[in-house]
Design a protein around this ligand. Structure first.
Ligand code: ZN
Ligand code: ZN
Length: 316
């Protein structure tokens, strides 16, 4: 089973959830694990992501901190299990740190409360040496970006620097993307956003841009179909989501303008039950970006060794 020890020193992106709120057996909810040297961080924890992380060979016990892009349910609904696995698999003596914008305190305390009874059963059953009471749950770390700034360094330790920046996901506020720098390599995560100039600036010369992607053409077909079936609420939702996400073609143009080296799509909307839909999903993206473009699948890892180069494979 692959472990942190088998990954070359450098920066890696491990896709522990490439889905969206739309149900998809092939894709867990949004989750990206970033490995920087021997450090393991998780960005967003959608439904099923802790399981996917484990199946990729990364124990949730090794997760040092979770960073949230925003508080839409699909980005947080796997947090309860991730915190539980972090605690129980590693006999954690401190809660899992949870970074995010203002509001992260409510998210953490809500999960802690929901799991409080469960934790009491486990401590009573397994004993405090296996599940130390002090290690249960999540500890919130709220950060802000100064009014006159578009970004802020929110974590710096052991050569790892994590920068948060504002993106455009209104009416969702706050909503952030992240840039991770380590050992001369860099990964930028869009979070959920409409085409964002701040993201384009923050992604300058990054090795890898992990961008959300929504195909307006495919979602448009789904909206039309829902309308024909007289499912008005569903049609309205399909209509509404287009304007706060980014099409693959626009993301490709942003990647080109930012001079990033590779572009990977995640948070894939709509679902693609067959590979033949990947072409229509990407549309003309390849005409807008000269570097490699990938559509991420759960289990994928993209490694950026400190020594240079880039390799990509599946851990499943
Ligand atoms: Zn989302
Ligand atoms: Zn969202």
């Amino acid at each position: 089973m692959p472990t942190l020890a088998t990954i070359p020193d450098g920066l890696s992106a491990a896709f522990c959830g490439t889905g969206s709120p739309l149900p998809d057996r092939q894709r867990a909810g949004p989750c990206l694990a970033v490995i920087a040297g021997r450090h393991l961080f998780v960005f967003d924890a959608g439904e099923g992501s802790a399981e996917t992380l484990s199946l990729m060979g990364f124990s949730p016990a090794r997760v040092e901190a979770v960073f949230l892009t925003h508080f839409h349910s699909d980005h947080i609904d796997g947090l309860g299990n991730l915190a539980l696995q972090h605690w129980a698999q590693g006999a954690a003596t401190a809660p899992l740190p949870l970074y995010g914008g203002g509001g992260v305190e409510r998210v953490a305390s809500g999960f802690n409360e929901a799991y409080a009874l469960d934790s009491s059963y486990r401590i009573a059953h397994h004993g405090p040496s296996v599940v130390p009471p002090s290690g249960f749950g999540l500890t919130p770390h709220a950060f802000t970006i100064a009014d006159n700034q578009e970004s802020a360094i929110v974590f710096e330790d052991g050569g790892v620097r994590i920068t948060a920046f504002h993106v455009d996901h209104g009416p969702v506020h706050p909503a952030f993307g992240y840039r991770i720098d380590y050992s001369g390599r860099s990964i930028v995560i869009s979070g959920d956003t409409a085409p964002s100039e701040a993201l384009q600036r923050q992604a300058a010369n990054a090795d890898l841009l992990v961008h959300e992607g929504l195909s307006p053409e495919l979602v448009g077909i789904m909206e039309q179909t829902a309308r024909e079936q007289h499912r008005g609420n569903l049609a309205k939702i399909f209509h509404d989501i287009v304007n706060y996400h980014t099409s693959p073609e626009r993301a490709a143009a942003i990647a080109q303008a930012a001079h990033v080296h590779a572009l990977t799509f995640t948070h894939i909307i709509p679902q693609m039950p067959i590979g033949a839909l990947e072409g229509p999903f990407l549309g003309n993206a390849a005409q807008h970006f000269r570097g490699p473009i990938y559509i991420a699948h759960d289990g994928d890892i993209i490694m950026l060794p400190a020594a240079g180069g880039m390799t990509r494979r599946s851990l499943f």
